[in-house]
Design a protein around this ligand. Structure first.
Ligand code: 5RP
Length: 227
């Protein structure tokens, strides 16, 4: 099975967790995009809140009812992909997210949901987080202060560049992203706290203890992994 086939399989399975009447948070990225398309095709009577302009525009273009958090501040379920998923003793799932640049809004929308289903192909499951560079969203004017501080923490921060354009990548909130190729994250809570303590950091891509279920697609089909 290719990675794209696995993403398709898991996205389709995720639609079974969405029932009529629910308020659904839509993630961002290639897996979330397939999920949004599958969900639209199901024709469920739901309302949605999106975690990025791209997912908002896609869902709206498919005729889905998309609102803001101001209109729908409480969600039944948030469904999104991840860059890495680990099971950590005493914490449940620890994720790295933000490869698609939407980590801030993703974390906000996820935090407003009663449950968070992470959908992924099996390549995303890891023993220890950190092979995928950890994205950290930073206020633009704070970059000259934040980057050396994250470097001093040994996080190896690198300013993300926009694809096919000259210049840095900008998030939907107009911030920069520093991708931190820091290697194995043995203690995600400690790393999260150290990053959070740097003034000028808006948010980091560690989603700790937030996901309530992982749907993981591999050669044997889709497994439901509990925290
Ligand atoms: C976007 C994200 C994505 O969920 C993450 O990057 C996984 O993306 P994909 O489904 O394309 O592999 O966090 O900010």
């Amino acid at each position: 099975m290719t990675q794209d086939e696995a993403k398709g399989l898991v996205a389709k399975r995720a639609t079974e967790f969405v029932k009529d009447g629910m308020v659904v948070g839509l993630g961002t990225g290639t897996t979330a995009t397939i999920f949004i398309r599958e969900l639209a095709a199901c024709g469920r009577k739901i309302r949605c809140v999106a975690s990025s302009d791209a997912s908002h525009d896609l869902a709206a273009s498919l005729g889905m009812s998309v609102a803001t958090l101001a209109e729908l501040p409480e969600l039944d379920v948030y469904i999104d992909g991840a860059d890495e998923i680990a099971k950590v003793k005493g914490m449940g799932f620890a994720l790295i997210k933000g490869g698609g640049g939407a980590l801030l809004r993703e974390k906000i929308v996820a935090s407003a949901a009663k449950s968070f289903i992470v959908v992924a192909d099996s390549t995303k499951m890891v023993e220890v987080l950190g092979k995928f560079p950890l994205p950290v969203e930073v206020i633009k004017m704070a970059l000259p202060v934040v980057q050396p501080r994250l470097a001093a923490l040994g996080l190896n921060p690198k300013l993300r560049q926009a694809k096919n354009e000259a210049g840095p990548y900008l998030t939907d909130e107009g911030n920069y992203i520093l991708d931190c190729a820091c290697g194995r994250i043995e203690d995600p809570e400690k790393t999260a706290a150290a990053i959070r303590a740097v003034v000028g950091v808006v948010e980091h891509g560690l989603f700790l203890g937030m996901a309530t279920l992982a749907l993981v697609a591999g050669e044997d089909g889709v497994s439901e992994v509990r925290p």
